[in-house]
Design a protein. Structure first.
Length: 246
């Protein structure tokens, strides 16, 4: 595994990513945005190396990106950062051996970011990109309604369920076409997260969309991201690998 740390995709200190590449051959890449409520977490957080080890051993590159967070960030700076990181990978991954296949995703807050990129076309538009310019999206337990910390920023009770321009759900089917998508959610996820994810799937179905699937895990919110199977393989990395290979 080849490791390139702290690659700048923008001019700010927070706008950096780590890239993990297979030792040889061309490869698809998974660009990942970490969770933490848009206020915690990092690209080099616990378990990232283990995820990267599994993916690269199976011929898949892994890019883990930081982005601006609360309390210093304001909406929608973190979404713009995720778009900038996606554009950087799209433009430069070939220099590191990428074959052009790029999957964008994230867990929890990162899943919110990946859904915003997928459903609200205005964030990729400054880079002359559309969601369909990426091979696929992997949305892991992201909040499809307006994120609770965006509500807190507005002075609104973070338990409210609001669907406006800051909600991925609000933008579904503004675009006529989407790339393949994988949704992951747990049956005992955060309050409302399972049901809201089901609403996203129902909305896509109602608009006649296809090419998406959902994995329902047994357990709590994103517990599988730091879990390992009987062979010592990271459970989340294996799901991602299986989806990309398929």
């Amino acid at each position: 595994m080849k490791i390139y740390e702290n690659i700048s995709y923008g001019k700010l200190d927070e706008q950096k990513l780590d890239l993990y590449c297979p030792d040889s051959g061309e490869y698809p890449v998974f660009l990942y945005f970490h969770g933490g409520g848009i206020e915690n977490g990092s690209k080099g957080g616990s378990g990232m190396v283990r995820i990267a080890e599994y993916l690269t051993a199976n011929g898949i590159g892994f890019a883990s990106a930081d982005y601006r967070m609360y309390p210093t960030a304001v909406y929608p700076e973190f979404i713009r950062d995720s778009a900038m990181a996606s554009a950087w990978v799209k433009k430069h991954i070939g220099e590191y051996g990428g074959n052009g296949e790029i999957y964008v995703g994230g867990s929890s807050a990162g899943g919110y970011l990946s859904m915003m990129l997928c459903f609200d076309k205005k964030y990729l538009a400054p880079y002359k990109l559309k969601p369909v310019d990426f091979t696929g999206f992997i949305h892991d337990a992201g909040q499809p309604t307006t994120h609770f910390n965006v509500l807190r920023e507005r002075g609104i009770d973070s338990r409210r369920v609001i669907v406006d321009e800051a909600a991925p759900l609000y933008h579904i089917c503004e675009e006529g076409e989407y790339p393949p998508m994988l949704f992951i959610v747990s049956d005992h996820d955060m309050p409302g997260r399972y049901e809201q994810t089901k609403l996203v799937l129902a909305t896509l179905k109602d608009f006649g969309k296809s090419g998406y699937e959902c994995i329902e895990m047994h357990g709590t919110h994103t517990a599988y991201v730091a879990a390992y199977d009987e062979n010592g393989n990271n459970v989340f990395a294996k799901m991602v690998c299986d989806y990309i290979k398929k």
